[in-house]
Design a protein around this ligand. Structure first.
Ligand SMILES: Cc1cc2nc3c(=O)[nH]c(=O)nc-3n(C[C@H](O)[C@H](O)[C@H](O)COP(=O)(O)OP(=O)(O)OC[C@H]3O[C@@H](n4cnc5c(N)ncnc54)[C@H](O)[C@@H]3O)c2cc1C
Length: 522
């Protein structure tokens, strides 16, 4: 280890001004800057020559807390980012591709979650009601394009748990303004040309095209797919996961609504296709639509035609041609994320695919952990780094399992893509074990070892039940005793849905009213 190891970590340098860079800057600055006697500084360097990736429009409910920590008014965020409310994902055509084939993965946990596992009781009536409608009100709300809150519900509070759909470019602009004007983050619009320091020691500084050398104690690599610090300088290997998750390409377009009063969907719509799936995300002013697919199973021309057809079908023929943007990526992640005094967050750490929108949430989790565990000095940094790497490697593995689950459970065999997805060699051992177990017991808390799992048993229940997986549950005394309780929870959920449906405004209406009203000034 070089230099004075007891020297406090004061100068944080973030490279990259996409969602990863600005969310990280906001989370760190709101916790560590502006305190009397505290002299942490944060500089964010952003290249004027390298564009941000410009996609990443679906979030998790965690984003509500993240924005609150950073200190942004929700109404301002919604208006500035043309954002809308998201209550989960609707999966269309994933099970068998029939015209009625769809299910929801909502953000609310099933009724009674924590004390009673409702899957065995629901199975007895699976032909009468879908799992989501038996245990949650959210499918009912999504079917009707309803908002998750009333106009009088305070900012960030909810009637039904929610996240957002947002314009990623506008989010970066809003965060930049907030971080520089309110939190004291220094913004340097310059291109990093070299990383200074030996490969087997800490980074001393970064050389920029026009602003000289920028020194730091901790360097955060948010440079997107180029990963210039962790990948480029330190050569931390990239671990490809393409043998498990095949998608490596995307075609993205922005489509206007048919008219300005068209409903705004309250969920991401994910529609399975012959070599991948299409996301459809409704913002207030447009839809963001994209086809993510495997280049081994489709060429770009065929993919473009699949996307064009989807757009034509879902706009009632009003949009017949499209000019999509192609994005290529390799599914996988770095072998580790924190090395010496450098940690990578966002695409520079890795990316799997857009399914279940797990990238922004990993950025939020990374920013939060670094903020909470910010090493006091260089001598403890390696300990924090080791724990950080263990935690995030575990999280990437769990996300890989959960994403692959969607493909493994599909009964589709209408193209090589779906057939190959069933190949046993592409199914992680941990997922294979769980699936074997879940033939006889429904997913529950014991299946996951950490308190802050990225995907909990609730998420697995929604996907397994939604995709028709059957569990042959062993009868137990407690299960028999709880039968009345389970039945009551089903009845209560149904009644709650009926009551709430009439009280919630349409997504479009509440968002229009928020836009007219402007931000709540704290
Ligand atoms: C097709 C697709 C769909 C996606 N959908 C979702 C989704 O729905 N939900 C979700 O959570 N995530 C999604 N993601 C992921 C999401 O887009 C990213 O995680 C997010 O945008 C963060 O990107 P980033 O900030 O890491 O990188 P980028 O946006 O690429 O930003 C990189 C930054 O680094 C800067 N930079 C690069 N080189 C230099 C240099 N030499 N000097 C200085 N600065 C430099 C650039 O100027 C830029 O500011 C999707 C990704 C893809 C590919």
């Amino acid at each position: 280890m070089n230099k004075n190891t007891r020297k406090p970590i004061r100068k944080i340098v973030i490279v990259g001004g996409g969602s990863a860079g600005w969310l990280t800057a906001g989370l760190l600055a709101s916790e560590h800057m502006g305190l009397e006697g505290q002299d942490v500084s944060i500089t964010l360097i952003e290249s004027p020559d390298v564009k941000t990736i410009g996609v990443g429009e679906g979030t998790w409910p965690t984003m509500r807390l993240t924005l609150q920590i950073i200190g942004i008014s929700e109404n301002e965020f919604l208006s500035r980012c043309t954002a809308s409310f998201k209550q989960g994902t609707k999966f269309v055509g994933w099970v068998n591709g029939d015209s009625e084939d769809h299910y929801y993965h909502p953000f609310t946990v099933p009724s009674g979650y924590g004390e009673i596992n409702l899957v065995p009781y629901w199975q007895e009536q699976r032909d009468k009601v879908s799992f989501v409608n038996a245990v949650s009100i959210q499918g009912y709300l999504c079917d009707r394009n309803l908002a998750p809150k009333q106009t009088t519900t305070p900012e960030y509070a909810f009637v039904s748990n929610y996240a957002y759909h947002l314009d990623a470019g506008k989010l970066a602009e809003l965060l930049q303004e907030h971080c520089t004007q309110k939190l004291g983050v220094k913004h340097l619009l310059d291109h990093v040309t070299s990383v200074n320091g030996d490969a087997d020691s800490d980074i001393d500084s970064l050389t920029t095209a026009n602003s000289g050398d920028i020194e730091g104690d901790l360097f955060i690599d948010c440079t997107g797919l180029s990963s210039i610090l962790l990948g480029g300088h330190y050569k931390i290997p990239f671990v490809s996961k393409q043998n498990i998750l095949f998608n490596d390409s995307a075609l993205a377009v922005q489509i206007p609504y048919v008219d300005s009063n068209s409903p705004i969907a309250s969920q991401t719509i994910s529609t399975a296709q012959s070599a991948g799936w299409i996301w459809d995300i409704g913002l207030t002013n447009r839809r963001g639509i994209g086809y993510t697919y495997s280049s081994l199973h489709s060429n770009d021309e065929d993919a473009r035609e699949v996307l064009r057809q989807y757009v034509e079908d879902t706009t009632g023929g009003s949009v017949k041609d499209i000019e999509p943007r192609k994005i290529a990526f390799q599914p996988g992640h770095r072998k580790k994320f924190w090395h010496r005094n450098c940690v990578a967050i966002g695409m520079s750490a890795g990316f799997l695919e857009p399914l279940e929108a797990s990238a922004l949430v990993l950025i939020e989790l990374a920013g939060q952990m670094i903020s909470e565990e910010l090493p006091a000095n260089r001598s403890v940094m390696d300990i924090v780094a080791k724990r950080y790497n263990e935690k995030f490697l575990y999280r990437w593995d769990r996300i890989i399992d959960f994403l692959k689950l969607h493909y493994v459970l599909s009964q589709r065999s209408d193209s090589a893509y779906w057939i190959d997805n069933h190949g046993p060699e592409g199914i992680p051992e941990s997922l294979r074990e769980n699936l074997e177990l879940w033939k006889y017991q429904a997913p529950w808390h014991n299946d996951f070892s950490q308190v802050d799992e990225v995907f909990s048993a609730a998420s697995y229940q929604y996907v397994l039940c939604g995709m028709g997986f059957e569990t042959q549950v062993r009868k137990t005394k407690r299960q028999a005793e709880n039968a009345d309780k389970a039945m009551q929870l089903f009845i209560d959920n149904h009644e709650k849905a009926n009551k709430i449906i009439g009280k919630l405004p349409a997504n479009r209406d509440i968002l229009n009213s928020i836009a007219q009203q402007g931000p709540d000034t704290p």
